[in-house]
Design a binder for this molecule. Sequence first.
Ligand SMILES: Nc1ncnc2c1ncn2[C@@H]1O[C@H](COP(=O)(O)OP(=O)(O)OP(=O)(O)O)[C@@H](O)[C@H]1O
Ligand SMILES: [Mg+2]
Length: 338
Amino acid sequence: MPGAIYAEGLVKTFGDVRALDGVDLDVPEGTVLGLLGPNGAGKTTTVRCLTTLLRPDSGKAVVAGLDVLRHPNEVRRSIGLSGQFAAVDEYLTGRENLQMVGQLYQMKAKEAKVRADELLEQFNLADAADRTAKTYSGGMRRRLDLAAALVVSPPVMFMDEPTTGLDPRNRQQLWEVIKQLVSGGTTLLLTTQYLEEADHLAHDIAVVDHGRVIARGTSDQLKARTGGERVEVVVHDREHIPTAAEVLAGFGKGDTSIEDHTRMLTVPVTGGAKLLAEVIRELDARGIEIDDIGLRRPTLDDVFLSLTGHVAEVKDEEPGAAAGAAAKDRRHKKETAK
Ligand SMILES: Nc1ncnc2c1ncn2[C@@H]1O[C@H](COP(=O)(O)OP(=O)(O)OP(=O)(O)O)[C@@H](O)[C@H]1O
Ligand SMILES: [Mg+2]
């Protein structure tokens, strides 16, 4: 039996662009799937196909037990959607926006009002409830849009980057709302650029790149697959980054990634504490002062970087750095390999 959200071989092209190139998904009822992927990977297109906003060229999609292509109207009645770009009516107040959604779903006026008040409270919008949405900040609009998606509690929800633009407190609060929803039995497909969010909320993760699912599993499974430990070093002087990168390359089992603004270098290794001691000795011998060094397990960020190869992007800012040149070279190889 397919799950609450099921897709098989979804293909969608826009002219020359093959936005979806055979997407397969299966989300069991009452669980959260985190859809991750770099910009342009096909996340929004997948959401749009599954929510009837876009017709795929081929493939199959079933949502809440309904064939999306054959029964779009019924599907629409069974789902909630919060899109990547907030869709609120600028000329209505926050309260009116929510009441309007309730009435579109055939709630009685009184019921819609009670629900709107609850949501305004839950999303920290009570103080601004009677101002028109055009006076709202970006984060407020986003919260209003999310609240609108939750007016009725549909069995299946789609959220496309729900917490983009939210401050940390509002993001945490939204996570709580999402957890409550899911504990009440809702199935959720969520896209996000915040891997911590996927780690926190998603039962399963699917990584999409170039319109295909390139990896899937629980966060732990994906981390285990990425393998090994990481040595993470923060050097004291920015000028020492290239030399430190050279040292790490000698010990690493993969590419070194560099975060220039934090002066942090990370490389996958095997060998544990003994190797760490050797790295410290070598850095010391080269006269590199370090602010911090340690061993850590891979994070979901490491998984993402190793799967999608987008490790190179940060480094363009430092063309002089040896690792930067290496990263460019690597990316060049990747591109020419296509
Ligand atoms: N309406 C459209 N017309 C033409 N091309 C489109 C259209 N919608 C999406 N695309 C293209 O399809 C590809 C996938 O886009 P999509 O919006 O699904 O990516 P995404 O994974 O959501 O990216 P992001 O992280 O930037 O939101 C991109 O190359 C995009 O330019
Ligand atoms: Mg998108």
